[in-house]
Design a protein around this ligand. Structure first.
Ligand SMILES: C[S@@+](CC[C@H](N)C(=O)[O-])C[C@H]1O[C@@H](n2cnc3c(N)ncnc32)[C@H](O)[C@@H]1O
Length: 277
């Protein structure tokens, strides 16, 4: 589908196109060698792990060994703190209270998770991830923050069927910077099952890398989707789905969609913060 010529350029870029790659390399020569290293790793891991989860688990193992904070996308500790704070502040503005039960999909090393664990009642935080390496780093964050008494659940998963979790249980389900690394079938699996674990008034917020041009991917690591593709996918599974305008004001490169079982009252889609729980 052609891009709208009025869209900002970054939303029209096709990062997989040769012309884009050449232009980018000329503008950022220092990034060519790191990209080539990633491309070689991508080739090697793709041969070894034809399935996406196996592949991405191996990417996380390699990145986490170097630096767990960089593995979840933060190049400095200050950015790690700021990105966690941003996720936390947003959900607080949207009504997250200590008595709520939260499922954090792709919780990483608890960049935001430690703040949620601190805020929520004992046992009310459930973090899942496909990477054993990052979950070990998550335990380290939990220990450093002295949050052991909050007894959070941290669980390794191999898919997003959520089959081991109870029905009608979570007030908030959250996936930050997870679908930006996921092919459509992984997102669809999650959307097919998340409604079962949500309460009637609960919602699932996820971020994604948005394009207004052609959908594309960079290696097997980064995926760019059009908003309408993801809204249609969620609605196809009987969920309500809306684009969260108020997230766009935050200094974060990704966009956010909220899905729920039933229509939700309150702010967000219109840019108005407000309690939706
Ligand atoms: C960029 S990190 C973000 C971590 C965390 N949400 C945050 O904002 O700090 C992405 C995380 O999602 C995990 N992940 C990727 N695909 C996943 C999947 N299909 N199911 C569960 N976790 C996944 C990765 O292992 C990684 O820990």
């Amino acid at each position: 589908m052609p891009a709208d010529a009025t869209s900002p350029k970054k939303l029209r870029n096709n990062r997989a196109a040769l012309a884009h790659k050449v232009g980018y390399a000329l503008r950022h020569p220092g990034r060519v060698i790191p990209y080539l290293r990633r491309a070689v790793r991508d080739f090697r891991l793709r041969l070894k792990h034809p399935d996406h989860i196996g592949y991405y688990r191996a990417v996380m193992a390699s990145d986490t060994r170097r630096n767990p904070e960089a593995a979840v996308g933060s190049q400095t500790h200050e950015r790690w703190l700021a990105l966690g704070q941003m996720q936390f502040d947003y959900l607080l503005e949207h009504g997250l209270r200590p008595e709520h039960r939260m499922l954090d999909i792709g919780c990483g090393n608890l960049r935001a998770g430690w703040r949620f664990i601190d805020h929520l009642g004992t046992g009310n935080y459930y973090g899942i991830d496909i990477s054993p390496h990052i979950l070990i780093a998550a335990k380290k964050t939990l220990t450093e923050r002295r949050l052991q008494d909050k007894l959070p659940h941290l669980t390794l998963v191999g898919d997003l069927t959520l089959d081991f979790l109870p029905s009608d249980h979570f007030d908030v389900v959250h996936a930050h910077s997870v679908f930006s690394h996921s092919p459509l079938e992984v997102i669809e699996e999650c959307l097919a099952h998340v409604g079962r674990v949500l309460t009637d008034t609960g919602f699932f917020d996820f971020t994604f890398d948005r394009t207004e041009g052609a959908e594309h991917q960079v290696l097997r690591e980064d995926f760019y989707y059009r908003t309408e593709t993801l809204l249609a996918l969620a609605r196809g599974h009987g969920l309500q789905a809306r684009f969260m305008e108020d997230w766009e004001k935050r200094p974060h490169g990704q966009s956010k969609i909220r899905v729920s079982r039933a229509p939700l009252a309150g702010g967000g889609a219109s840019g108005r913060p407000g309690s939706t729980l």
